[in-house]
Design a protein around this ligand. Structure first.
Ligand SMILES: [Zn+2]
Ligand SMILES: [Zn+2]
Length: 914
């Protein structure tokens, strides 16, 4: 029956076709489960919405691990008899996508602004169609069991309606407002406000400039010359000193703050100082937050360009001057001679001029953390601008109350603390949701040009609701991408409509994601869901770690062997199942995983082992063989080895199911592999052959057991390696097919009645004995064709007697000479092996040519000794001092290894000389 399986495990021969078949049969749809009668509408559901991969590129290992774990969860729950929905979709990724498309256009010599908003958006849609279809194809290669009829995109009509509903609802509840606020501004390619989370701090070596500002007095009221002439501050007597890492921002200074207790500057409180360049006069003020001990003890206050100064500006009602434009260019009105210059160019020149004017006290090297744009790596500029905000304090307070009263499972639990630290209503800042982009959901607010009223609503207004003017203008900005992503668990289900999917699948059961987007995404989903639906959006949040290389380094495009980590290359070489198994066998919730591409080989070998074992079993089954299901076999009828393997099988089913339930997928993968390879294939298949090939045997046919075990193993392995398990399972004899496909068939229950610890102990003993004899055969190079004589001394005579057939066949012992006894006087001219209370004696006379073996040992010993003395010499020379410690210790280890080998040879020599 094995003719449908090719000789070697070759995933590319069947993975794509298998996926097509699943799709054609609509097996990914929860409705199909109902139609097939596998579940009823009352059965529990399992819904996971895939974290929308953004449309900017191709599948990478981050996507691959996400798919591997989520698809495992969905397939497992589907087989557990739950109505399972794995909802796919993608995110429009505002800034990221706009950047990519803009870059592509630039290559063709086209500028975004020349193209215009509508044309540009058309280009982005084209790009989206193209790049999304690539991502979808690649996800399918991973075996993702998603219902593609429910594929969603954050800018679809229906999801856009959800965004509109959310915005308008929050606006009406006064949870969204527009205001002037200090935001992180990317003056680079993005030219947009970005969120705090998108501004990544980077350790940067910069400088700290100490500058002095003249204080006005009777003698010196105003600058005495042009800025840069060297006479600007001529005649000034008193100065106040400040230090800054961004000297150019002094163009926006509107105060200098000190603490009134400052020993030197305290006396200047209330006096006026003149800001260099355009000569603005500002007051020296007291602020409790200024630390006399820090820096010079006085600070320049630039309310429109620094978060602390912004607050100080509000406390003291200072003027807010924006001295820099959206692209990082110095403003015309406030820039003086630096107007129109890039911020860094202006900085250089300004510092020169400060020197010229004798206002630069000193410069120090200074390492500090500077926020960089996550998208384009530009230095982020804190900048005041008019933006839209979500009131985070109110929303997070509700989230915490809801979680505390209703519960939400965090895997691993410590991620809850991380979340709580971030959503702390005391410290969280309002969420800036407007972006100065074209690609995204345009803010649904229309400003009345007659009365300035802000109009919003579910329909586009034709006239102002306050003054009836038709002179309306829509806000130019779009919403932060995370605004639409935060609605994902319910916008994908049809919210705000009362759809069937909303009733069936919301709240979802699972949110599975990388821990790196806990704040970006999970926190915001919680905020939106609790406010808009009154519910926590899912029952469990599971976080996986990042995939790193074998040395624990982040995998980045600049790595030399980056191709080794390309999931598509890996799939082409090894198949998707190998990649999935490998990723899962590394993954512990919340922990980063170090992926060693070398391990793919080993996993592929496991796949091949599985393939070959099933092929072998099927090759021994004729078309008319009707296997009996294990549940219908009575234990008494079975032979000891059958009962043993079934006991091992059910123990495995028990621990593996428990591991799946506890998200210990690494253990599931490991235990299935260990059982199948080390127990079933290495031992039971070999043992069963003795009966299959014995024409005189007329007891229970071990092929029933073989097929039963294989069926169960394929089932529990399916969520991890879906393709190979389905392919092999399809070949099994019919009685095992409760469904047309393994992916919708039942999870195998374990049964305690099969589990027998005594059998495990007994069989471990038999296997140990067989291994011991094999080892001796190997050490003394006994040819395979030659049988050995053996004496087994043990208290368990009956156990060994009942396993004579296995021992003699697998250890190649002459059955006519095998002696099993409880006691014996120690024989001579034997090789001995002891393990536990079992002793094995193998007489060597007549088995090996003692003289020749001793000669061989002598030669080997001589070789070893000369090698050892060389190393010894080396270690005693000055090499030990000169060479790096790891090289020296390598040599020492080598020596130890050789010493061990020598000891063994001497032992053998002694045995033979007896
Ligand atoms: Zn940027
Ligand atoms: Zn109006």
């Amino acid at each position: 029956m094995s003719e449908n399986l090719s000789k070697v495990y070759t995933p590319e021969e069947f993975e794509n076709d298998m996926y097509k078949w699943w799709e054609e049969k609509k097996l990914f749809k929860p409705e199909t489960q109902l139609e097939l009668g596998i579940v009823t509408p009352d059965d529990p559901v399992f819904c996971n919405t895939i974290p929308p991969p953004n449309v900017t590129g191709v599948l990478h290992l981050g996507h691959a691990i996400t798919i591997a774990i989520q698809d495992l969860m969905v397939r497992y729950n589907r087989m557990r008899g739950k109505r399972a929905l794995f909802l796919p979709g993608a995110d429009h990724a505002g800034i990221a996508t706009q950047n990519v498309v803009e870059r592509e256009l630039n290559k063709k010599g086209i500028q975004r602004k020349e193209l215009g908003r509508d044309k540009f958006i058309e280009e982005v849609w084209k790009w989206k169609e193209h790049s999304l279809s690539i991502i979808v194809q690649q996800s399918k290669k991973m075996g993702i069991s998603s219902d593609w009829d429910r594929d969603r995109f954050t800018m679809d009509n229906q999801l856009s309606k959800a965004v509109r509903e959310a915005f308008v609802t929050l606006y009406k509840r006064d949870l969204i407002y527009r205001g002037n606020y200090l935001v992180n501004w990317c003056p680079g390619r993005c030219e947009s406000a970005i969120s705090d989370l998108e501004a990544e701090p980077k350790e940067t070596t910069g400088q700290l400039w100490y500058i002095k500002y003249p204080i006005t007095s009777k003698e010196w009221r105003t600058p005495k010359g042009e800025w840069g002439s060297g006479n600007w501050a001529k005649g000034a007597k008193n100065f106040i000193e400040v230090a800054t890492t961004r000297p150019e921002t002094l163009l926006g200074d509107t105060a200098v703050a000190i603490n009134k207790d400052h020993p030197v500057f305290g006396k200047y409180l209330g006096k006026k100082t003149v800001i260099p360049v355009i000569g603005r006069k500002v007051e020296i003020i007291h602020d409790d937050h200024v630390d006399t001990e820090f820096g010079t003890g006085a600070v320049k206050v630039t309310p429109a360009h620094d978060p602390n100064d912004f607050e100080m500006g509000q406390r003291h009602n200072l003027e807010f001057i924006t001295m820099m434009n959206q692209n990082g260019v110095i403003d015309n009105e406030y820039g003086g001679k630096y107007a129109g210059m890039d911020r860094f160019e202006a900085r250089k020149l300004l510092v020169e001029d400060l020197k010229q004017e004798n206002l630069l006290i000193k410069v120090e090297d200074y390492t500090h953390s500077v926020p960089h744009c996550q998208r384009c790596d530009t230095v982020v500029e804190p900048r005041m601008s008019l933006q839209w905000f979500v009131r985070s304090k109110i929303l997070t307070k509700k989230v915490i109350n809801k979680i505390e009263s209703q519960g939400l499972v965090f895997v691993p639990p410590k991620q809850k603390e991380r979340l709580y630290q971030w959503i702390n209503p005391e410290t969280i800042r309002d969420w800036c949701i407007s972006r100065q982009l074209w690609w995204g959901h345009r803010i649904p607010v229309w400003y009345c040009l007659s009365c300035e009223h802000q109009n919003t609503g579910l329909e586009d207004p034709v006239k102002c609701e306050k003054c009836d003017s038709e002179d309306l203008q829509q806000d130019e900005d779009v919403l932060d991408t995370w605004f639409s992503s935060s609605l994902w668990p319910f916008s994908t289900m049809g919210w705000p409509e009362n759809t069937k999917d909303m009733a069936d699948f919301f709240p979802n059961q699972m949110r599975e994601t990388g821990y790196d987007i806990l704040f970006f995404w999970v926190a915001r989903e919680l905020m939106m869901s609790v406010e808009l639906t009154g519910k926590i959006p899912y029952e469990t949040v599971y976080f996986h770690g990042l995939v790193r290389n074998e040395e624990g380094k982040k995998i980045s495009k600049s790595m030399e062997n980056i191709e080794d980590y390309d999931p598509l290359k890996i799939i082409a070489q090894y198949g998707a199942d190998t990649l999935r198994y490998t990723l899962i066998s590394y993954s512990t919730p919340g922990m980063d995983m170090n992926l060693d591409p070398k391990n793919l080989d080993g996993v592929h070998k496991f796949g091949n082992k599985l393939w070959q074992a099933v092929r072998y079993v099927l090759g021994n089954i004729s078309e008319d063989f009707i296997p009996i299901k294990i549940e219908e076999l009575s234990i008494e009828e079975l032979e000891t080895s059958d009962r043993w393997i079934l006991s091992e099988l059910h123990s495995m089913l028990k621990t593996v199911t428990k591991a799946y339930e506890n998200y210990a997928y690494l253990e599931s993968a490991r235990d299935i592999r260990k059982f199948f390879w080390n127990t079933f294939a290495d031992w039971y298949i070999e043992i069963s052959k003795l009966r299959i090939y014995d024409e005189n045997y007329n007891g229970i046919d071990p092929r029933h057991v073989l097929v039963n075990v294989i069926d169960k193993v394929l089932r529990v392995l399916h969520p991890i390696m879906p393709f190979i398990t389905e392919k092999l399972w399809q070949q099994l004899p019919k009685p095992f097919h409760d469904q047309q496909s393994l992916m919708v068939s039942k999870w195998p229950n374990y049964s305690e009645t099969f589990i027998n610890k005594d059998l495990t102990a007994a069989f471990t003993k038999i296997m140990q004995t067989i291994s011991d004899i094999r080892k001796i055969r190997g050490e003394f190079t006994v040819p395979h064709s030659q049988l050995v004589n053996a004496i087994i001394v043990s208290d368990d005579i009956s156990l060994f007697e009942s396993s004579e057939r296995e021992i003699t066949a697998l250890a190649r012992v002459d059955p006519s000479t095998l002696k099993i006894t409880q006691k014996i006087d120690p024989p001579i001219k034997v090789i001995t092996a002891v393990s536990g209370n079992t002793t094995i004696y193998i007489p060597f006379e007549g088995l090996i040519d003692v003289k020749e073996e001793l000669n061989r040992i002598d030669k080997e010993l001589a070789k070893l000794e000369s090698f050892m003395s060389k190393i010894e010499k080396k270690l005693n020379s000055d090499f030990a001092q000169r060479a790096p410690p790891e090289v020296v210790s390598k040599e020492k280890n080598k020596f130890e290894e050789l010493a061990q080998q020598k000891l063994q040879l001497v032992g053998r020599q002694k045995i033979l000389k007896n």
